[in-house]
Write a protein that binds this ligand. Structure first.
Ligand code: S3P
Length: 437
């Protein structure tokens, strides 16, 4: 795919269901008693990996139409041992959450992934799961393939999150479901809380209290979950691609319908407002225990700002596209404390610097910080970006092309299907100059 300078993005669009919530709904429905009906699920490559894995554990999962998924769960403790390796493709969330779930079942599972996932750290999750009584081995002690032998007599424990990772937290919470007694997780980073919200919907025995700025989550295990009927809100990270495109392309005015806005995920929206973005949140409602809005965005003159480290867990997936916004803002933008970017689908810390440098935007890095010197003017273009199998780097590069004099090409657009299969269609609908070849 390639893109070039665009004007006047206009129209109303719908973006696909939230990726984090879709993974969790598939997993929880697959271990609940009875049927769940999930409307508006994200049908992307990543979610299909979770669906395949849960089918291998014995759940029945069918689509009644492309966005409506019917799941009959196996009931708590009912996971069957998979007959072959589970392939998680590009999805870190799928592999880590399902490691957590299987750690408290008396089964042995082999986990594999694509080239990008096989370079991402897994020890950070598996070492916490040992507390349940599970054991594991990893290639070079940190990478897939992994073999996990779940515990036949899981033990509850108290756990304090050491990295700002909702995946690690969620892995422990999912393991706790089939563990007798009370498992406790302390989260001082305020990571995304979809697992906790959804567990309540399914009737889990879960409780969260906030002590100073630390969230303490307790789960009492061996309490059956019950199937639910639910609609999935739109993904706020996917929504940011058309939203930031509209902010930086002149004379634009778009509305993105049905977007999830959660205080543990909305950092990028708060930051854009502080940068001077004209964004309004309309028609508030609740879906899947989450707040949802239609978001209207008009072109804006952005200014650079300082984004503190403490905001990073609330916007960790959104730095690549925010870097594009910052490159068009007047003045310096600081991304503080963004080391976790190195452990995503690719090393996004380096990927962001590379995209900016190739586009002719000055940027520096100091330890865990990135500094972007923005200018409200078209970038040079005539570049090709290596995306390193990273969907968000691919879409960010294409949005950079919309404010570039000459074309921006990417080396691989296949990965966009992992999170935002309708990206091309949605961007064309609002008038972006994007082409397949
Ligand atoms: C996710 C958590 C984040 C995020 C990922 C989805 C989740 O990862 O980057 O895209 O659904 O829990 P970490 O928890 O590793 O930060």
């Amino acid at each position: 795919m390639k893109s070039i300078s665009s004007k006047k993005l206009k129209g109303n669009i719908l973006i696909p269901g939230d990726k984090s919530i879709s993974h969790r709904l598939v997993i929880l429905s697959s271990i609940a008693i009875g049927k769940s009906n999930i409307k508006g699920i994200l049908k992307s490559d990543d979610i299909m990996k979770t669906i395949d894995a849960m089918k291998n554990f014995g759940a029945s999962i069918e689509f009644s139409n492309p966005y409506n998924c019917l799941i009959k769960g196996v009931g708590l403790g009912g996971l069957a041992e998979p007959k072959s390796a589970l392939d998680f493709g590009n999805s870190g969330t799928a592999v880590r959450l399902i490691m957590g779930l299987s750690a408290s079942h008396p089964i042995t599972t082999l986990f594999v992934g694509d080239a990008s996932l096989s370079m991402r750290p897994m020890d950070r999750v598996l070492k916490s799961l040992v507390n349940f009584g599970s054991s594991y081995s990893l290639r070079k002690e940190n990478y897939l393939p992994a073999i996990l032998k779940g515990s036949d007599n899981p033990i509850p424990f108290s756990f304090e999150l050491e990295e700002p990772s909702a995946q690690i937290k969620s892995a422990v919470l999912l393991g706790a479901l089939n563990t007798p007694g009370v498992t406790k997780v302390k989260d001082k980073f305020n990571t995304r809380d979809h697992t906790e919200r959804l567990l309540e919907l399914y009737g889990a025995n879960i409780n969260t209290v906030k002590k100073r700025s630390v969230r303490e989550i307790t789960i009492k295990g061996i309490n059956e979950l019950k199937g639910i009927d639910v609609s999935v809100p739109g993904d706020p990270s996917s929504a940011l691609f058309p939203i930031i495109a509209a902010l930086i392309c002149k004379n634009s005015d778009i509305t993105v319908k049905n977007v999830l806005i959660n205080p543990t995920r909305d950092g990028a929206y708060r930051v854009l407002k502080d940068m001077g973005a004209d964004i309004s949140f309309l028609n508030h409602r609740i879906m899947a225990a989450e707040e949802v809005y239609d978001i209207r965005v008009r072109s804006s003159n952005l200014k650079g700002i300082n984004i503190p480290r403490k905001l990073s867990p609330t916007m960790i997936d959104d730095y690549p596209i925010l870097a594009v916004a910052a490159s068009m803002a007047k003045g310096k933008t600081y991304f503080k404390g963004v080391n976790e970017l190195r452990f995503k689908e690719s090393d996004r810390f380096s990927g962001i610097l590379n995209l900016l440098e190739k586009s002719g935007v000055r940027a520096d890095s100091k330890k865990d910080d990135i500094i972007i010197y923005g200018k409200s003017e078209l970038k040079k273009g005539d570049i090709e970006i290596e995306t390193n199998l990273d969907h968000r780097m691919a879409m960010s590069a294409l949005v950079m092309g919309l404010v570039s004099k000459k074309e921006v090409k990417i080396d691989n657009d296949e990965t966009i299907k992992t999170s935002f299969p309708s990206f091309y269609k949605v961007m064309l609908k609002i008038g972006a100059k994007l082409s397949k070849k």
